[in-house]
Design a binder for this molecule. Structure first.
Ligand code: PMP
Length: 420
C-alpha cells in the first residue's frame, strides 16, 4: 500500500487517482477535470505533457537515458552545465548535479563546510539560516529549516544552528525595518564569525515555511556581511529559480551573486527529479590539490541523468524563446486583478510576487477541508498550514486563474457565513 508524504495515514480515506494531465489540466480516473494551481509542488512550470519537452526526451531516449557521471561525461550534462553557468548570476562557474532539491542543499552545505577545512581554517563548522525558511527533508537541511512540523520528530538529533529573522515589511520594507534585521545579522557575525561557515537562505521568498517575502536590500546586506566576515552565502533557489519571482533568479532582485546556489524543481520542468549546486571559481578552487581528501566526496547514482539534463536544456530554451518572464508578469497582473475581489475577515495578509500569491488565514483551521472542497469545485490547490497559495505553471490562462479564484471565493464566502 502507498505511504503518502506529510500525511497521517490513519486519517486518509480516499485519494483521487490521476489518469492524465495536459497543460494545467488534470484528468482524474473518475472523469473529473481539475485546474492545477500549484504545478506539482511548483516544478511543472511549462505545464504537463509539454510537446516540445516530450520530443526532446524521445530524441535522447534513442541514444541512452542514463549513464553514471563518474569518470565519463556526455553531451546533455556538459551542455546543461554550460547553460546553467550562462543563465545564473555572473561568477557561478561550476555545476554539481544531484537528484533532488534536498540533496542539492546537502551538497551546498558540504561544499561550504569542506571549503574551510580545505583552507585550513578550523572551527568554521556551524551554519546560519533564516527563521521560517525551508531547505528540504534530509538531516542537515532540517537543521537549517525552522522547527516546524517538518522536523519536530527529530529535534533531539538535530544540531542547533544560528537562526536569524528576516525584516518585516515585505518586499518594500522601510530602511528602518531592513536595518533592524541587518543589525541582528551583523551582531551574530561579529560574535560568531570564527565558527560560522555559511549563511543559507531562500532569496526574497521563503516558500514552504509560510511564503514570507522580504526586501532585496536585506539580501544585498547579507551578501555584503557574509563577504566581510568570510562566511559563504548559499542561495537556495530550488523554489524561486527559473522565473517564479518575476526575475530568472530571485538573487537578481538584489543584483547579487551568492558563493553557492542550489537549483531544483523547475530545473526539470516537473518531469523527473534533478538538482544542481553551483559554485564560484573561488569556492571550487579550494577543492583542488594533491590529496584525494580535499576532493568533494559526493556522487549520487543518478547525478547528471541524461533525460533530466535534456529536459532542463529544453526547459531553459522555452523560458527564453517563449518570453516567459513577460508571461509571468501577465500572470502577476491577472492575480492582482482577482485579488481586488478577495475580502475576508479570516485573511490576515496577502503576499504577492511574480507568479506567486499567498493568502494567509488567521488559523490553519480556516483551511481545514479546503483541498477536497477545491477538488469538488474543479481545482487542485493544497494549503500549507494557514497559507493558501497559488504557484501555477507559467502557461496558465487568465480564465484558468479566474477559475481558481472562483473556488477560493466560494470557500471564503462559506467561512465568513459561518461567523455571521
Ligand atoms: N529547498 C527549497 C527552497 C524547497 O522549496 C524545497 C522543496 N519544497 C527543497 C529545498 C527540497 O527539494 P526536494 O523536495 O526536491 O528535495
Amino acid at each position: 500500500m502507498l505511504w503518502f508524504p506529510y500525511t497521517q495515514m490513519s486519517k486518509i480515506k480516499e485519494v483521487p487517482v490521476l489518469k492524465g494531465a495536459k497543460g494545467v489540466e488534470m484528468y482524474l480516473a473518475n472523469g473529473t477535470t481539475l485546474v492545477d494551481g500549484i504545478a506539482s509542488w511548483w516544478s511543472a512550470v511549462h505545464g504537463y505533457n509539454n510537446e516540445a519537452i516530450n520530443e526532446a526526451i524521445k530524441g535522447q531516449l534513442e541514444h541512452f537515458s542514463h549513464f553514471m557521471l563518474g569518470g565519463i561525461a556526455h553531451q546533455p550534462a556538459l551542455q546543461l552545465a554550460q547553460e546553467l553557468v550562462r543563465v545564473t548570476p555572473q561568477g557561478l562557474n561550476h555545476v554539481f548535479f544531484s537528484d533532488s532539491g534536498s540533496v542539492g542543499v546537502e551538497i551546498a552545505l558540504k561544499i561550504a563546510l569542506q571549503y574551510f577545512k580545505n583552507k585550513n581554517i578550523p572551527h568554521k563548522t556551524r551554519i546560519a539560516y533564516l527563521r521560517d525558511g525551508y531547505h528540504g527533508d534530509t538531516f542537515k537541511a532540517m537543521e537549517v529549516s525552522s522547527d516546524s512540523d517538518f522536523n519536530t520528530a527529530f529535534a533531539e538529533v538535530l544540531t542547533p544552528q544560528f537562526e536569524l529573522h528576516i525584516p518585516s515589511g515585505g518586499f518594500h520594507a522601510t530602511p528602518r525595518q531592513v536595518a533592524l534585521a541587518v543589525q541582528e545579522m551583523e551582531d551574530l557575525f561579529k560574535k560568531h564569525h570564527h565558527e560560522i561557515a555559511c549563511l543559507i537562505l531562500e532569496p526574497i521568498v521563503q516558500c514552504a515555511g509560510g511564503f514570507n517575502i522580504y526586501a532585496p536590500e536585506y539580501l544585498a546586506a547579507a551578501r555584503a556581511l557574509t563577504t566581510q566576515y568570510n562566511i559563504l552565502l548559499i542561495a537556495d533557489e530550488v523554489a524561486t529559480g527559473f522565473g517564479r519571482t518575476g526575475k530568472m533568479f530571485a538573487c537578481e532582485h538584489a543584483s547579487i551573486t551568492p558563493d553557492i546556489m542550489v537549483l531544483g524543481k523547475a530545473l526539470t520542468a516537473g518531469y523527473v527529479g534533478h538538482a544542481a549546486t553551483l559554485a564560484t571559481t573561488e569556492v571550487y578552487n579550494a577543492f583542488l590539490g594533491d590529496s584525494y581528501e580535499s576532493a568533494l566526496m559526493h556522487g549520487p547514482t543518478f547525478m547528471g541523468n541524461a533525460l533530466a539534463c535534456t529536459i532542463a536544456l529544453k526547459g531553459i530554451a522555452l523560458l527564453e524563446q517563449e518570453n516567459y518572464l513577460e508571461k509571468i508578469n501577465q500572470i502577476h497582473g491577472f492575480i492582482t486583478a482577482e485579488l481586488q475581489n478577495i475580502n475576508s475577515q479570516h485573511i490576515t495578509a496577502v503576499r504577492q510576487i511574480g507568479a506567486l500569491v499567498a493568502l494567509e488565514f488567521s488559523s490553519a483551521k480556516n483551511l481545514q477541508g479546503f483541498a477536497p472542497f477545491a477538488q469538488q469545485n474543479g481545482a487542485w490547490l493544497r494549503p500549507i498550514g494557514n497559507v493558501l497559495y497559488l504557484m501555477p505553471a507559467y502557461i496558465i490562462s487568465q480564465a484558468q486563474i479566474a477559475q481558481l479564484f472562483k473556488v477560493i471565493t466560494l470557500w471564503i464566502n462559506q467561512l465568513d457565513a459561518q461567523v455571521k
